[in-house]
Write a protein that binds this ligand. Structure first.
Ligand code: ADP
Length: 626
């Protein structure tokens, strides 16, 4: 029989499984039962939608058999089954999404997290089994096939006999070692406990022959052993249970098992809506972002059930992009079982449910924001970026849903604050929401413009994410207050007297500025004095719609499109450098040119912008120094 090789990533994963660094070995049963349940879901769905398939819900079951002598555990389902090609494809490779994260082979802790997170499914059986056989016949097909593997060496698939449709998986357990007692998985009570712990809510019966000691009929003290098939799981899905009968812990268990997360969710949201469209939903806000949230591979969506029957795993229409981190499910009697993907997109009921779910999530986030700030801060650190993208995307269509949920770091509070909180603290004469952009909180704090404005007692929002400024521009205003980048020139905090004084100084300096502009070859569009700086000699501000920060972001993108912010070089009118410049203007215009170039380079550096010709600038500095 010809042995085939596993795909290379699968091999590494297998290696991990076989050498099983993952301590929680018992999850293999949950994984196999969950696969069996999925396979039955598929066939049950067919039976409801295809008249030719005559099966009832009560026909389905998952059977577990233990054989102590041969050290085997057998899990049988009468689900859809697999043909030869599917056996090869499904069991010869693992899900692509998981493979990405196996670069860090040495970082064992990470690998364990990955196992926890992706739930490596079928392969987890290799944690406990030295040999696995999968006997399967696809529903409606005549031929059965046997897949067999003893681990990394590879696997084989050959034709076989099987008198039923569905799948039978036979695990031959590893020998016991001092560390690991694999034999415990041959104990019926152990298996019973594991099923109740991990698979209680599987909607099909999980049955096993249980040996029980019972009193002999007619006897008071004589016992006999009876073997009877028992259903181990409760079968009522958790979201269909009465809420008062379900503990927080039950929900957490369901979440970690279903979504393969190793941490409990930060919030469980249940709803039972009656009305134009009735539905039950069970939603979770994860407490951390999954590895792949910001990758192309990540698929958003909620599981969609029609009256308890799974229609699809991830219905993306139920979640807006900005809430794509949510996990959970929706169960509705008003959604037809036969609904197709295409129809789903147009479906009125689905739209109604999606709208209702969106406002529910929003409400829950708002109450978290108001009632448990620490939790919300953590939530925002994980998922805030999505909310800000949500404001920016679709031409700002969703900004009203999201504007009260976003936060930025505040210069005065030294923590994340909402726009509402900012507004509530605004000074009487202040009519704009001030913000500044930069790479980090520290760097923004050091910007000359920020220093000046803070000194005057104003609060400034620090924008560190590149989406931030785009989001604010899309918002345009919050409660009638516009946003102002304090590194743009159109900021006006001066009294009339101060304004007049500055104006006359600028008038006086006009000719000198023209001389300086010449030296810069129009790199900036204007040079002028400012009174908004405290200690720094110069700063660069932008004019018009493109800020210096946007120039940086857009020019760092891998396209040919480059833009340039229109800038103004502002000189601190109270800085000693002013006297020097004035004297140079009178006595040495060439030297004035050099000083101008150096000051301009300084201003660019402080803004985090590159200098076109660093050699020239450093030579100039040396020149001036000597
Ligand atoms: P996952 O379940 O996450 O997709 P698995 O490695 O557990 O990953 O399984 C891979 C695939 O093999 C499944 O998606 C399914 O198509 C198929 N499969 C596994 N077990 C069964 C089964 N008992 N019956 C039918 N198909 C199965």
């Amino acid at each position: 029989m010809k042995k085939k090789q596993f795909k290379s990533e699968s091999k590494r994963l297998l290696d991990l499984m076989i050498n099983s660094i993952y301590t929680n070995k018992e999850i293999f049963l949950r994984e196999l039962i969950s696969n069996a349940s999925d396979a039955i879901d598929k066939l049950y769905y067919l039976s409801l939608t295809d008249r030719k398939v005559k099966l009832k819900k009560s026909d389905f079951k998952i059977q577990v058999e233990l054989d102590k002598e041969n050290r085997t555990i057998t899990i049988t389902d009468n689900g859809i089954g697999m043909n030869q090609e599917e056996l090869e494809k499904n069991l010869g490779t693992i899900a692509e999404s998981g493979t990405l994260f196996f670069k860090t082979e040495n970082e064992k802790k990470k690998d364990i997290d990955v196992i926890g997170q992706f739930g490596v499914g079928f392969y987890s059986a290799f944690m406990v089994a030295k040999k696995i056989q999968v006997l399967s016949k696809k529903f409606g097909s005549e031929e059965a096939y046997l897949w067999e593997s003893e681990g990394v060496d590879g696997y084989s698939v050959e034709k076989a006999e099987y008198d039923s449709y569905g799948t039978k998986i036979i695990l031959e357990l590893k020998e016991d070692t001092e560390q690991d007692q694999y034999s415990e998985f041959l104990d019926q009570y152990q298996i019973d406990t594991m099923v109740k712990k991990y698979s209680n809510y599987i909607t099909y019966p999980i049955v096993m022959n249980m040996e029980r000691s019972v009193l002999k009929e007619g006897s008071k003290d004589e016992y006999e052993t009876k073997i009877e098939e028992e259903t181990l799981n409760s079968m009522i899905p958790i979201w269909r249970k009465n809420k008062k009968d379900v503990s927080e812990e039950d929900y957490h268990h369901f979440y970690t098992d279903t979504y393969h997360d190793y941490e409990n969710p930060s919030k469980v949201i249940t709803s039972n809506v009656e009305g134009k469209c009735s539905y039950k939903s069970l939603l979770f806000i994860p407490s951390h972002a999954p590895y792949d949230l910001y990758t192309k591979e990540y698929k958003k969506g909620l599981a969609l059930y029609s009256n308890g029957v799974l229609i699809m795993d991830k219905c993306e229409e139920l979640l807006p992009d900005y809430f794509s981190f949510m996990k959970g499910l929706v169960d509705s009697e008003d959604i037809s079982l036969n609904i197709s993907r295409e129809i789903l997109q147009q479906d009125y009921q689905v739209k109604l449910i999606a709208k209702s779910i969106e406002s529910k999530i929003k409400k829950e986030l708002e109450s978290m924001l108001n009632e448990d700030r620490e939790k919300y801060d953590n939530f925002f650190k994980n998922f805030g970026m999505q909310l800000k993208f949500g404001i920016y995307n679709d031409y700002g269509m969703h900004k009203d849903v999201l504007k009260d949920l976003i936060m930025f770091y505040s210069s005065s509070e030294e923590k994340l604050v909402t726009l509402k909180e900012y507004i509530s603290r605004m000074k009487k004469d202040q009519d704009k929401i001030f913000y500044a952009c930069g790479e980090s909180i520290d760097k923004i704090g050091l910007l000359p413009q920020v220093e000046g404005i803070k000194d005057k007692g104003y609060e400034v929002l620090y924008l560190t994410e590149y989406v931030d400024e785009f989001a604010l521009q899309m918002l345009m205003e919050y409660e009638g207050k516009q946003f102002a980048n304090i590194c743009s020139e159109n900021i006006d905090l001066d009294s009339e007297d101060e304004k007049k004084e500055l104006e006359s100084k600028n008038k006086q300096g006009k000719e000198m500025f023209e001389e300086m502009l010449n030296a810069l070859h129009e790199e900036v569009s204007e040079i002028k004095y400012t009174n908004k700086l405290k200690n720094h000699p110069v700063c660069l501000t932008s004019k018009g719609n493109v800020s210096v920060e946007m120039e940086k972001v857009i020019n760092s993108m891998p396209t040919d499109e480059k833009i340039k912010a229109e800038t103004i070089l502002e000189i601190n009118e109270n800085h000693p450098i002013v006297k020097k410049l004035e004297s140079l203007y009178k006595n040495d215009k060439e030297e004035l040119g050099k000083y101008t170039k150096v000051l301009y380079a300084q201003a660019r550096l402080i803004e985090g912008l590159p200098i076109d010709n660093p050699t020239e600038v450093t030579n100039l500095i040396c020149d001036i120094m000597s």
